[in-house]
Design a protein around this ligand. Structure first.
Ligand code: NAP
Length: 470
C-alpha cells in the first residue's frame, strides 16, 4: 500500500515545510513525476522550462515559467535535465548565485565521465551549492507510489546546510535520505543505478560453473558409461536423478565456500603476524559476497529437498521396487533386515533434516529485517557457530550417504569416483583447517593479532619481553 507523505512524517515537520517553494528545471519524465509528488506533499512547485507556454502533461497546480523567472521563485532548484544539456545554466550564473542546485542526473555507463555530473555542475555554475540526490529513485516509482523497494535516497554535497535542506525535502516525501558525505561521493552515487547485482555476480558465475561441471561429470558416469558398457538407455536420469545430485553438491560446496575466505584470512594474518595489512582484492571481494553465496547455496538446498520429496512418486523408483519384490517372490527369497543399513539410512536422513533446518535459520537471520534485530554477538553466533554446525551436519549427511560404498573401487567408472566424493573435498578442507585454527595455541596467537598485536613491531616485542620478564 502506498505510504503518503503525511504517513511518513511527524506532523510538526510536515506542516512547517508545506509552504516551501521548490523550483524544478526540466518538464521531462523525472521533473514532472517529482513535481507531482512534491505537490502531493504540500510544496509549491515552479517549473523552469525552455518552452513555458507549450509545456504539457504537467501536474495541476504547478506554475511553468522561463528558467530565469522560475529560479527567482525559490532558493532550491532541482535540475531534472540530462547532463549533456547543462551548458545553458552558465548564462544563469548570476540568478543562481547562492542557491542550492540539486543534481538528479544519471549516466548511461559506469564512470562515463572523468568527473561526476554533480561536480561538473558545480564547476559550470560557481557560487551555487550543489547537492546530489534523487538519482536512485525512478520517475515511475515516484508517480506510481511503488517506493517500497527504492525508498533510499543517497545525498552528498559540500555545504552541510544545503545538504540538510535537501535531506528534509527527501524525508518529507516519505523517503529515506542517506548522507554519503561530500560531493566527491557523487561518482559512486551516480554508479549505483547502473550496477547489475554486483555482489551476486561472483556467486552466480561460480554456481553456474559448479553446476555445469558436476552435471556433465554425472552424465559421463550415469548416462554415457552404462550406454557404452551395457547398451542401457539411462537418459531419463537427466530430468531428476542428475539434477538431484548436482543441487546438493552445489549447495554443500557453496556453503563451504562461505567459510573458506574466513579461514584463508586467518591463515594470512597468522603468516603475516599482523592484521594491519590489506587482504588481496580477490579475498576482500570474496568476503563481501559471502551472504549471497550462502543464499544461492540455500536455493540449491531447497531444490534438493523438492527433488527428494518426489522420489516415491517417480515411475522408475516404483518400477524398481515392484521388480525387486516380484523377483524375491519368484525366487522365494527374502531380504534380511540389516540394522547397519537402517542406521545409515536413518542417520543420513536425520543429518539432512537437521542441516537443512539450520541452513534455513542462517538464511532467515541474513535478512536485513531480522539481522537488524540482533546484536553483533548474536549475529556472529548464528552466522559463525551455527554456520559451522550446519556445514558439519551437511558434510556428515553426504559422508553417510556414501556409507559403506564410500571410496570403494567398485564405484569407480572410468576411474571417476562418484560426484559426491569430489563434493566433499572443499567442505572437508574447510573443516580441517578450521579445526586446526581453533586449537588453543593457534587461536591464542590469532586473537592477539586481531586485538592489534604485531609480530614484527618493536613495541609489541618489548611488551611481550616485558611480560615474559615479569
Ligand atoms: P527527459 O524526459 O528527457 O527530460 C529532460 C528535460 O530536460 C526535457 O523535458 C526538457 O525540459 C529539458 N531539456 C532537454 N533538452 C534541453 C536543453 N538542450 N536545454 C535545456 N533543457 C533541456 O529526461 P528525464 O527522464 O526527465 O530525466 C531528467 C534527469 O533526471 C536526467 O538527468 C536523468 O538522468 C535523471 N533521472 C531520471 C530518472 C527517470 O526515471 N526518468 C530517474 C532518476 C534520475 P523542457 O522542455 O521543459 O525544457
Amino acid at each position: 500500500m502506498e505510504k503518503n507523505c503525511t504517513d511518513a512524517l511527524p506532523l510538526t515537520m510536515n506542516s512547517s515545510k508545506n509552504q516551501e517553494t521548490v523550483c524544478i528545471f526540466g518538464t521531462g519524465d523525472f521533473g514532472r513525476s517529482l513535481g507531482f509528488k512534491m505537490l502531493q506533499c504540500g510544496y509549491t512547485v515552479v517549473f523552469g522550462s525552455r518552452n513555458p507556454q507549450t509545456s504539457s502533461l504537467l501536474p495541476n497546480g504547478a506554475e511553468v515559467l522561463s528558467h530565469a523567472e522560475a529560479a527567482q521563485k525559490s532558493d532550491i532548484i532541482i535540475i531534472a535535465i540530462q547532463r549533456e544539456h547543462y551548458d545553458f545554466l552558465t548564462d544563469l550564473t548570476e540568478v543562481l548565485k547562492g542557491k542550492i542546485l540539486v543534481d538528479v542526473s544519471n549516466n548511461l555507463k559506469i564512470n562515463q565521465y572523468q568527473e561526476s555530473n554533480a561536480e561538473y555542475l558545480a564547476q559550470l555554475v560557481p557560487g551555487t551549492h550543489v547537492v546530489k540526490a534523487f538519482n536512485t529513485i525512478s520517475a515511475w516509482a515516484l508517480q506510481s507510489g511503488a517506493l517500497d523497494a527504492s525508498r533510499q535516497v543517497f545525498v552528498c554535497g559540500n555545504d552541510s546546510k544545503a545538504k540538510q535542506r535537501v535531506m528534509d525535502i527527501v524525508r518529507s516525501l516519505g523517503l529515506t535520505p542517506l548522507d554519503q558525505g561530500s560531493l566527491m561521493a557523487a561518482s559512486e552515487i551516480e554508479n549505483y543505478p547502473l550496477q547489475l547485482f554486483p555482489m551476486w555476480r561472483f556467486p552466480l558465475y561460480l554456481s553456474a560453473a559448479l553446476c555445469i561441471f558436476f552435471f556433465f561429470y554425472c552424465v559421463v558416469r550415469e548416462v554415457i558409461y552404462p550406454y557404452v558398457y551395457e547398451k542401457k538407455d539411462q537418459t531419463f536420469r537427466l530430468a531428476i536423478s542428475i539434477p538431484n545430485r548436482v543441487c546438493p553438491i552445489a549447495a554443500l560446496v557453496l556453503l563451504a565456500l562461505v567459510y573458506l575466505p574466513g579461514v584463508i584470512a586467518a591463515i594470512l594474518q597468522l603468516y603475516r603476524g599482523t592484521k594491519y595489512r590489506r587482504f588481496p582484492d580477490w579475498l576482500d571481494h570474496w568476503m563481501l559476497c559471502r551472504k549471497q553465496l550462502g543464499l544461492v547455496a540455500l536455493g540449491f538446498a531447497f531444490l534438493h529437498v523438492l527433488y527428494t520429496l518426489v522420489i516415491p512418486i517417480r515411475y522408475y523408483v516404483r518400477w524398481r521396487i515392484r521388480n525387486i519384490t516380484i523377483n524375491q517372490v519368484k525366487s522365494n527369497k527374502d531380504d534380511p533386515f540389516s540394522t547397519t543399513t537402517a542406521w545409515l539410512s536413518d542417520s543420513y536422513v536425520a543429518l539432512g533434516i537437521l542441516g537443512f533446518s539450520l541452513f534455513v535459520l542462517l538464511g532467515i537471520t541474513s535478512l536485513p529485517s531480522v539481522s537488524n534485530m540482533v546484536n553483533w554477538r548474536e549475529f556472529r553466533f548464528v552466522q559463525s557457530k551455527l554456520g559451522y554446525l550446519t556445514l558439519i551436519l551437511c558434510t556428515a549427511h553426504t559422508l553417510v550417504y556414501g556409507g559403506k560404498r564410500f571410496l570403494s573401487p567398485s564405484i569407480l567408472r572410468w576411474y571417476l569416483p562418484s560426484a559426491y566424493v569430489l563434493a566433499l573435498i572443499v567442505p572437508c578442507t574447510v573443516l580441517v583447517l578450521k579445526f586446526v585454527l581453533i586449537l588453543p595455541c593457534i587461536d591464542k596467537t590469532l586473537t592477539h593479532i586481531r586485538q592489534g598485536w604485531e609480530r614484527n613491531s618493536k613495541i609489541s616485542k618489548s611488551t611481550l619481553n616485558g611480560k615474559m620478564d615479569i
